[in-house]
Design a protein around this ligand. Sequence first.
Ligand code: CIR
Length: 254
Amino acid sequence: MRVAVTRKVSPAMGRCELTYLPRTAIDLELAGAQHHAYEQCLVSLGCTVQSLPAEPDLPDSVFVEDAAIVTDELAVITRPGAASRRSETASIAKALEPYRPLAFIEAPGVLDGGDVLRIGRRIWVGISGRTNPSGVQQLTDALTPHGYSVQGVPVRGCLHLKSAVTQVAPTAVLINPDWVEARHFPGVRAIKVAALEPAAANALFIDGVVIYPSVFPQTRSRMEALGIRVICLDVSEIAKAEGGVTCCSLIFDK
Ligand code: CIR
């Protein structure tokens, strides 16, 4: 059984962290509806969605991806790079405890799940504004005993590694090479985002299908031309909080 842990949009989302985007008004009702459609999409793809209740005082708590890295063997609970987000992890640890043994990133390490890209047994970790070398080392120590190779990768000009590169097929990634260098991903086909769509590299690959924001038609066409099946969602309000489609779920097999 495939589980997707999600969390409802916080009523405080308007006070979210922003790094590269200006603050614009978020329509909370629309954000809730878009998030519900996202959860329904996961259900349609065979996931059992475990939707956690909204956190009234944690603006970014809908972005559950940043709070944990879940592999088949364990769940690593992160220490988010933004201090305002550190209280998000306790409830995620509680939600994951029934499924996996837990490990924890400790100070001085910081690490956001949005910086962790896993393809099979290979893991890349963005060294970003949210993840530091101590965080990468702690994740390496937790996962190498389970047969994973873990590699730190510099990221520039965007929030997380997965703003710059995500998996879209068994051996292909979607990438913005201005934000992360393609040479870090040998043996993986790199599909570049369209020049007019720099923020288009965040896609959620699940069971051979890509869940994708509807606002990047040129990059979408590039994927479809290669035979990749894409399901588009309107995630405009989530994007205003600098979130993408990977950020709103933690997906793993039970
Ligand atoms: C933040 O800055 O932390 C949130 N406003 C957005 C986090 C998005 N998470 C992700 O890309 N994994």
